[in-house]
Each structure stands twice: as structure tokens, then as C-alpha cells.
Design a protein. Structure first.
Length: 478
């Protein structure tokens, strides 16, 4: 089948205590979509890769006239893309060239916490460089790197600290997916901004505790982008990199597309859609087949009714590829006997957001789970069914399975591993959660202002044979 709706609770779309900012098409001239360059390793061997990731300030030409002050990783805005081949050991220098502290969080990466993971307990002070090493230990997936200093994650991401991270492996490499980076395998970071005087952003002026938004779509740090398509099929690695906005995606003429991967990697089965909603921090890899489109035509990607990317179709070589009905086998482990169902409650809106009735406290460990255990987690969004928001629930340190929504089937594209799941108001989503690596990990709403506002908690994944103690930061030591 081809699904034609967005799923999720439509009345909850855009809920924002009245403060929702609809998207508007910019009148700036169209520009070629920026493709984040691949970050060149400092050194590479058959088994090891060495990278330096440098968080820096800069200026980017986004609109005609004055450049916009922006931040980025190894570039002025967003980041150069990192490639993590499965099985290799990464050695990464984390350099902070900013004037304030930051952290380097690998969203979706299966690494120990809380230091390698790069949440709020792993500050890198201005002028400092820290080093992490880890082995890439998960299937091919589209992940991302973003700043995570509490409580200014949202502001730093708004400045531009968000980059793509692509895990590769042999299994994905065998599937008939486009994978020529920047040509037919294209990252698409969806964000929105408001431009003030002299083309500048002003986070404080636009501040909203339910999430900062702007009317102007910004895709890979490009305003009004077009992309020149030179192949019949393209694969888009879409990341909702917005602080708050849900993207409701569809192409002109309702051109169907196929989702092949979600947050944690390739899904067991491809899913055909004409419409797709992504909540904050979610990723979807989709394959679009332009075989029915003539060279010279343009296919537009919209969010609601606003054009966000124009795909200009050029001459392409015809190909005849059918995706297999089954893409990969994914493990579905049994729940560990005698483990209770965990309950997590996301509560409130604007300043009143909480997790389990509490605001986040860096020094407080809210839960513990044994490494290797498989447990059910019931995530409830306590917002009122009629006036509440969809809260995107994210966990560090794990990729989980979505078991059910209010006891009913999860959405058709939720059958693979995920690290972020949108929870409708009044709904309980059941997850199957397992930690492979020890550490202190955060879990939170990924409307980033909600996270900074306290809708966040942390869990220690522990290995009884190797007990550990962690130095946890607090607001005063930061
Ligand atoms: Cu995308 Cu706690 O992060
Ligand atoms: Cu994360
Ligand atoms: Cu939220």
C-alpha cells in the first residue's frame, strides 16, 4: 500500500499556546542547495579514523546583502559530515573555538555515557580541546551531532551547531539504494529561522518556552534551495533539525516516495508514502523515483503548503530497480523476565514542562537499568487531548523499538530501531529499551526549549560486574 496521511493527531499539529509561526516562502532568489562537505579525517588506517571537530563562529551568506552570524562544526553553519564505518575505532578531537562552553552530543550513537555521548556532563570550555575514542558498534544509520550544554542546547543549535553523521556498514552497502553522496544521496537538514535587521538571527527576541520558530524554511543552511537531479532515483536523508517545528512533507502532484530507514537505520520493510510527518530530531531516509517526471520539469517538496526544496529534473539514465520487500532482519529481543514496566510522563507546556513531575536536575539519577536487560518503557504525554502538543521523546545511549501506541499498532514506519518518537497528547507509547553500553544517559522531549526547560531526566545503565562512578556536572560547576 501507499499511505497517504501523516498519522499523528491532527488537532495537535502546531499547538503552541497560540504562538505558532506558520512557514512562509522567502522572497530571496533561489540558490543551489548547500551540500555539507564530507569531513576529511586527520588520519585513517584500515581500523582507525582520526577526526577533529571544531565548533566555531562564522558568517554565512543566507540572504542577499549582509551575511548572517552563524555557528558550525568545521564550517560556518551546521557541520561537515562525518562518516563512521561500523567496526572502526574513531578518535575525535573536540575543539571549542567558541566564546562559551559547549558539548558535542552524538545523537543516536551507541557509545558509553555520559562523556563520549557528549550530553551536559561533558563540557568543553572555550579554547579547550577534549578527546574521545569509541568503536562504531551499530548498523548503518543517519545520525547527527549537536551541542547539548544545559540549559543552552536550544540556543546553540539555533546558532547552527548541528551536523550530519553517517554510519555505514556492509549490510546497507548491499542494498539497491543510491549512495553517491551529494549526487543521489543527499542529506536534508530541515530548520526554520526568523531574520531580523541586517539579516541576523536573534534567539532572545524570538524566545518562546514552547520552542523557538521562524517563518523561513532553511534547508542545509540554504534559503529557497533548488537541487539539480541527474539520476532517476535519489535518496534523501532527512533530519528534522528544528528546535520545535514539525515538518509535514509531501511532493508536488503527491509523488509517492519510499521510506527505507528511520533513526536507527534501515527498516525491515520499505514503506510507501505520499505524506510524511517528522517531529523534532527524527530522521527518515526516503528514496524518490523521478521515473515518471520528464527532464526539464521541477518537483517541489513542501511542508504544509510552503515549498521548501525544488528538485529540478535533468536528463538521467533510466534504471529499473525494485526494492526488495524485505530489507534487513532486525533483532527483536525478548523482554527480560521479572522486570517491571517503566513509566515516564511528559507533562506540561511552556515554563511548566516536567518529566515525571520533576524538572531536570543534573545531579540526580532518576532511574537505573542493567546493561543488556530488555525492558518495556511506557511513555505518556499527559497533555490535554484537545489542546496539547506532540512531544518528541528521545533517549540517549540506545535505539529502541516502538511496540504500540495506546495499546494499538505503531505507525507503519516505526518498525525499525528509533531513538526519537513523537507522542501525541493523551497517548502512551510503549517502547522496548535495552542499553548495550554503561553510562549516565539523558532522556527528554526534543522540542529543545522543553528539554532546556526541564522536560528531561537521566538514567544510569549499569553493569553490576563493573560498577562505575561518574562525575556529574551541576549548574554551578558549569
Ligand atoms: Cu538530540 Cu539529548 O539530544
Ligand atoms: Cu541524543
Ligand atoms: Cu515537549
Amino acid at each position: 500500500p501507499t499511505y497517504t496521511d501523516y498519522f499523528f493527531d491532527e488537532p495537535a499539529y502546531n499547538t503552541h499556546d497560540g504562538g505558532y509561526v506558520p512557514l512562509e516562502e522567502s522572497d530571496a532568489p533561489q540558490m543551489a542547495l548547500r551540500i555539507p562537505p564530507l569531513l576529511k579525517p586527520d588520519k585513517e588506517t584500515a581500523t582507525d579514523t582520526y577526526y577533529t571537530v571544531d565548533a566555531q563562529e562564522g558568517e554565512t551568506q543566507l540572504l542577499p546583502g549582509k551575511k548572517t552570524k552563524t555557528w558550525g562544526y568545521n564550517t560556518t553553519l551546521l557541520g561537515q559530515t562525518l562518516i563512521f564505518p561500523k567496526g572502526k575505532t574513531m578518535h575525535i578531537d573536540l575543539k571549542n573555538s567558541l566564546k562559551e562552553l559547549t558539548t558535542f552530543h552524538w545523537h543516536g550513537l551507541n557509545v558509553p555515557g555520559p562523556y563520549e555521548d557528549g550530553g551536559c556532563h561533558a563540557p568543553v570550555y572555550p579554547g579547550e580541546t577534549k578527546h574521545i575514542d569509541f568503536k562504531v558498534d551499530q548498523p548503518a544509520a543517519t545520525l547527527w551531532l549537536h551541542a547539548h550544554p544545559c540549559p543552552s542546547t536550544a540556543e546553540q543549535v539555533w546558532h547552527g551547531l548541528a551536523g550530519m553523521v553517517l554510519v555505514t556498514d556492509d549490510q546497507e552497502a548491499k542494498l539497491p539504494f543510491p549512495r553517491n553522496y551529494g549526487v543521489d544521496d543527499v542529506p536534508l537538514v530541515l530548520q526554520d529561522r526568523r531574520f531580523h535587521e541586517d539579516n541576523q538571527w536573534d534567539y532572545n527576541k524570538d524566545y518562546d518556552p514552547d520552542g523557538v520558530q521562524g517563518p523561513t524554511p532553511m534547508i542545509n543552511g540554504t534559503i529557497n534551495p533548488y537541487f539539480d537531479v541527474t539520476t532517476q532515483r535519489i535518496r534523501l536523508r532527512i533530519l528534522n533539525g528544528a528546535n520545535r517545528r514539525e515538518w509535514r512533507l509531501h511532493f508536488s502532484n503527491d509523488l509517492p516516495f519510499t521510506q527505507v530507514a528511520s533513526d536507527g537505520g534501515v527498516m525491515p520493510e520499505p514503506v510507501n508514502f505520499t505524506h510524511l510527518m517528522l517531529t523534532c530530531a527524527e530522521r527518515a531516509e526516503i528514496i524518490v523515483d523521478f521515473g515518471s517526471v520528464k527532464p526539464g520539469e521541477t518537483v517541489t517538496l513542501y511542508s504544509d503548503d510552503t515549498p521548501i526544496v525544488r528538485f529540478r529534473i535533468h536528463e538521467y539514465e533510466h534504471e529499473d530497480v525494485t526494492l526488495p520487500d524485505h530489507l534487513v532482519d532486525i533483532p527483536d529481543p525478548e523482554v527480560t523476565a521479572d522486570t517491571p514496566v517503566r513509566k515516564v510522563v511528559m507533562d506540561g507546556m511552556d515554563e511548566y514542562v516536567m518529566m515525571d513531575g520533576k524538572k531536570f536536575n543534573m545531579q540526580r539519577i532518576d532511574a537505573r537499568q542493567k546493561v543488556g536487560n530488555v525492558e518495556y518503557w511506557d511513555i505518556t504525554n499527559n497533555n490535554d487531548k484537545d489542546s496539547g502538543m506532540v512531544h518528541p521523546y528521545h533517549m540517549h545511549g540506545t535505539q529502541f523499538l516502538v511496540v504500540s501506541r495506546n495499546g494499538k499498532a505503531s505507525y507503519p514506519n516505526e518498525h525499525g530501531y528509533k531513538d526519537t518518537v513523537g507522542v501525541n497528547p493523551g497517548e502512551t507509547v510503549r517502547l522496548k529499551v535495552r542499553f548495550d553500553k554503561p553510562g549516565v544517559f539523558m532522556y527528554h522531549c526534543h522540542i529543545i526549549e522543553h528539554e532546556d526547560g526541564g522536560m528531561m531526566a537521566q538514567i544510569e545503565a549499569y553493569d553490576p560486574e563493573h560498577p562505575k562512578t561518574y562525575k556529574l556536572m551541576d549548574m554551578d560547576t558549569l
